[in-house]
Ligand binder design. Structure first.
Ligand code: NAD
Length: 512
């Protein structure tokens, strides 16, 4: 029986999970990439990092796999994803727990991340029978025009530390059913959950049988240099890259330079508007989760709050009380709502932003380090920052639990503020006024990829396409028609007649 009590050593528990999931000994090495747990800051394991040549060989295997996998019928490819979903259900507790140990997410969020993987598998299985193309009316007699969707090639996935396994699954479940092998470069901060996921996929592949070619699912363990290998390899026609906007700025031109497709899922600086008619109790709960949940380390974390001047003095003191009361500590403990930041540099970034805000005359509730977990663990008290103007650190994403709050007078002003930053990922309005709700989600409303009413900006579910505009990169993943990015579209015109009419009435009569 595995010891899941809070006092159990992080290292012992993580190693037991890795071993029970079947991660091979060869994944570890005396010298390599240290995998740390933010719960205590300790090194849990040292994993073997791949060389660039090894990464190239993995891409080569994936390309070979593509040549076979593209000929397997899509519903049969869906069967593999169904088995991956089944294995994830079986190992949900272990993988979810490992997410907690490696990222510091609270237990229900670690489990929720694996549930999201299961949900995208279910979605993709259904989709494997729905990769529809259109039939289009043609102007030419005895012709038929249609579009068909074909597998594209190897799909590269680069993922961030904060959703160490879900991001892979949003891409991989769709890529697999679309006929694309996947080469995954996880964050160098979260190699253990990646190894565990790969071990789970191996189980599904073994059950699936001979239709699955070797190289269908490859894992590149190492630093950003391996991400660069993936980005620059001509055998990878599509790369889905999730991480900071700085990473996107480096990756996007390189992909464009070789005309590869980029699915970019970059940083957010998400806002919410609280209007005079809002249900303030509901808004308070939504804001608390969206701003403090996951210790402020979600791309969709709420970072900017615009409160109408008529309700500011009611809502903000209540929020300040919620901030003072939130439980911070070991994410394995029942009752903890806020776990650690990923590392010391995240904490320093938070402190710098708070100091900048203070220098601008802001009033900071909370903030500062919470002494728990040891010298190498960084637990921060979430900060609510009453800032006099929309300026300074409020204009950028600091990946930590800081919520800047300011007053507004008119809805037009609040929408303009919502849109006045580089990122365009997620946004919300709290209102019971239908006109305000509709204005917020209209063409002249929020410019974000996600615009919600009476829920916070974080916590998206699988059915919708996920992603954002502007400096968030424009990519869409997971739901709706996001699958199209993983396939190539061919338009086919078929002539079943005996004449050769040209489109647009063009004549080209040649004696032959
Ligand atoms: P990061 O940019 O530091 O790293 C993300 C990944 O990119 C890592 O795997 C890293 O090795 C790789 N990478 C970095 N530079 C690269 C380069 N030049 N070439 C190739 N690969 C490179 O991000 P992080 O700190 O791990 O994650 C936090 C950031 O990710 C935040 O900005 C957050 O908003 C964003 N994020 C966005 C989404 C989304 O869906 N929009 C989801 C999760 C996280």
């Amino acid at each position: 029986m595995r010891d899941h009590t809070p006092a159990a050593s992080v290292r012992a528990e993580a190693l037991a999970i890795l071993s029970s999931l079947g991660v091979p000994e060869s994944a570890f090495a005396a010298q390599g990439l240290p995998a740390r747990s933010p719960i205590t800051g300790e090194i849990v394991a040292t994993v073997r990092a791949m060389s660039a040549d090894e990464a190239g060989a993995a891409i080569g295997r994936a390309h070979e796999a593509f040549l076979a996998w593209r000929r397997v019928p899509a519903p049969r490819r869906g069967e593999l994803v169904r088995l991956i979903g089944e294995e994830l259900r079986t190992h949900k507790d272990d993988l979810g727990r490992l997410v907690t140990l490696e990222t510091g997410k609270i237990v229900s969020e670690g489990l929720g991340e694996v549930q999201e993987m299961i949900d995208i598998c279910d979605f993709a299985v259904g989709l494997s029978r729905q990769l529809y193309g259109l039939t289009i009316a043609t102007e030419r007699r005895d012709h038929r025009m249609m579009e068909t969707w074909h597998p594209l090639g190897v799909c590269g996935v680069i993922s961030a530390f904060n959703f160490p396994v879900a991001v892979w699954s949003w891409n991989a479940a769709l890529a697999f059913i679309c006929g694309d092998p996947v080469v995954w470069k996880p964050s160098e901060k979260t190699p253990l959950t990646a190894l565990a996921t790969q071990a789970i996929v191996e189980r599904a592949l073994a059950r699936f049988g001979a239709d699955a070619p070797a190289g269908l699912s490859e894992l590149l363990i190492g630093g950003r240099d391996l991400g660069e290998v993936l980005v620059d390899d001509a055998r990878v026609p599509v790369v889905s890259a999730t991480g900071s906007t700085a990473m996107g700025r480096a990756v996007a031109p390189r992909l464009a330079g070789r005309f590869a497709r980029a699915i970019l899922e970059l940083g957010g600086n998400n806002a919410a508007i609280v209007t005079p008619s809002a249900d303030l109790g509901l808004a308070l709960r939504a804001i608390a989760f969206a701003a403090m949940g996951t210790a402020g380390q979600r791309c969709t974390t709420l970072r900017r709050l615009f409160v109408h001047e008529s309700v500011y003095d009611t809502l903000v003191p209540q929020l300040a009380r919620a901030y003072a009361a939130v439980s911070i500590g070991d994410p394995r403990e029942a009752g903890t709502l806020v776990g650690p930041l990923i590392d010391g540099s995240a904490y320093e970034g938070m402190e710098r932003a708070l100091q900048e805000a203070r220098d601008l005359g802001a009033r900071v509730h909370g903030g500062g380090r919470v002494a728990t977990g040891g010298a190498d663990a960084f637990y921060a008290r979430p900060a609510l920052v009453e800032i006099p103007a929309h300026t300074g650190p409020m204009l950028r994403e600091t990946f930590a639990p800081i919520l800047y709050v300011t007053r507004y007078a008119t809805l037009d002003e609040a929408i303009a503020l919502n849109n006045a930053v580089g990122a365009g990922l997620s946004s919300s309005i709290f209102t019971l006024d239908m006109r305000e709700a509709e204005a917020f989600i209209a063409a002249s409303g929020s410019d974000c990829g996600i615009a919600n009413v009476n829920i916070g900006p974080s916590g998206a579910e699988i059915g919708g396409a996920f992603g954002g505009e502007k400096e968030t990169g424009g990519g869409r993943e997971a739901g709706s028609d996001a699958w199209k990015a993983y396939m190539r579209r061919a338009t086919n015109t078929l002539n079943y007649g005996t004449t050769l009419p040209l489109a647009q009435g063009v004549k080209f009569d040649i004696d032959a």
